[in-house]
Design a protein around this ligand. Structure first.
Ligand code: ACO
Length: 349
């Protein structure tokens, strides 16, 4: 049995906000943001756009590709996506910025909007590691049931609506976006597709990256006047240190993993590493510790900033659609984020 990726897609809001645009609104500068994070821009969704809207667009692009259509005609894309949606058995949507609090899941909203009438649908909360977790969860659900064949895995975020725009320490870091993949179970014994996932958590750090208000721990009270809505609070230094170790440990472990028929995972054998991108300096520090050339890491943080669970599938789709993925390429993903969670996937294209 193999779990192959047969379609990828992404959706990013057209509105691009540069560091200079932010510097006109808050006490920051292009120089500070670039030198501390590597971020140059972020894309911000319009007020009316919610998590499921970006997720649906990314999903349709991935579904259309799975159905054989990669062109730019919106009607043809929708037609191909609609046909492919009927064959989806599982929808997993990773997000920290769901359409609704608690219920319904954003995955169910997406299921309805794309017409995947035969699919189960659920969200997972694993912070920026959400897509890495989602891929393994979907793969497991396909593996255990002979009747399930195809899954749609999405990472989608509207972080701009969960950001405290008065906190310059966090608001410059985030952007909006969504990425999606279609995976298919095949019965051939091929060493390709999703081969292995490492999933880990360190819940002792749960307060270092937290949306404190609105849950059962700290609900809003009737008549309460609030200064900000639900927003991300982060201990930047703590998360930074955790993140460098999480990337280093995950890649070290993945590279030592023995998979029958694959051989050693040497640096030379790896075509690309797709890291979660919260800060380019985190990736650079991990690369240096591991003595892996930075060119192996696919970085697009300059354009999108940190899009949490969407970062890895957006990057995967960019690589795929620009022809930078070749049959047989070995790809490692590595994520880390709220929870605290971390982990990675080994994928052969
Ligand atoms: N513009 C200008 N100055 C700023 C800004 C800003 N946007 N933000 C902070 N500063 C100032 C601070 O006030 C401080 O000034 P002071 O020395 O006068 O007090 C100075 O810059 C240094 O602040 P630090 O917080 O120490 O800056 P640091 O170099 O640690 O960088 C950062 C902060 C970028 C947040 C870093 O800690 C980081 O990347 N942490 C990890 C973030 C991360 O991985 N997040 C994961 C998120 S996952 C998920 O979100 C969903």
């Amino acid at each position: 049995m193999a779990i192959e990726i047969i379609g990828t897609g992404r959706a990013v809001p057209p509105k691009k906000v540069s560091n200079d645009d932010l510097a006109a609104l808050i006490d920051t500068s292009d120089e500070w943001i670039r030198s501390h994070t590597g971020i140059g821009n972020r894309h911000i969704a319009d007020e009316s756009v919610a998590c499921s809207d970006l997720a649906v667009e990314a999903a349709k692009n991935a579904l259309a590709m799975a159905g054989g259509y990669t062109g730019n005609d919106p009607d043809q894309r929708d037609k191909a996506a609609e046909q492919a949606a009927a064959a989806i058995d599982v929808i997993i949507l990773a997000t920290a910025t769901a359409d609704f609090f608690g219920t319904p899941s954003t995955a169910c909203v997406v299921q309805s909007k794309i017409g995947a009438l035969n699919a189960m649908a659920m969200d997972i909360t694993a912070g920026c590691t959400g897509f890495v977790y989602g891929l393994e969860t979907a793969s497991g659900l396909l593996s255990v049931n002979p009747l399930r064949k195809r899954a749609l895995v999405i990472g989608s975020e509207i972080l701009s609506k969960m950001t405290n725009w008065d906190d310059r320490g966090t608001c410059v870091l985030f952007g909006d976006g969504a990425g999606a993949v279609i995976i298919e179970k095949t019965l051939d014994n091929r060493e390709s597709g999703l081969l292995y996932s490492l999933l880990r958590a360190d819940g002792s750090g749960n307060e270092s990256l937290v949306m404190r208000r609105g849950g059962s721990r700290n609900p809003y009270k009737k008549g309460e006047v609030v200064d900000t809505g639900i927003c991300i609070e982060m201990n930047g230094q703590e998360v930074y240190n955790f993140a460098v170790k999480a990337i280093t440990d995950t890649l070290e472990t993945l590279m030592k993993t023995k998979i029958e028929g694959l051989g050693d995972i040497s640096i030379e054998r790896i075509a690309r590493i797709i890291p979660h991108q919260a800060n380019a300096r985190i990736v650079q520090a991990a690369a240096k510790r591991l003595r892996i050339p930075i060119e192996k890491f696919y970085l697009n943080i300059e354009e999108y900033a940190n899009t949490s669970s969407a970062t890895i599938p957006i990057a995967l789709d960019e690589l795929n659609r620009s022809g930078q993925l070749n049959k047989g390429d070995l790809i490692l993903t590595v994520g880390f984020g709220g929870g605290l969670t971390y982990g990675g996937n080994i994928i052969i294209i």
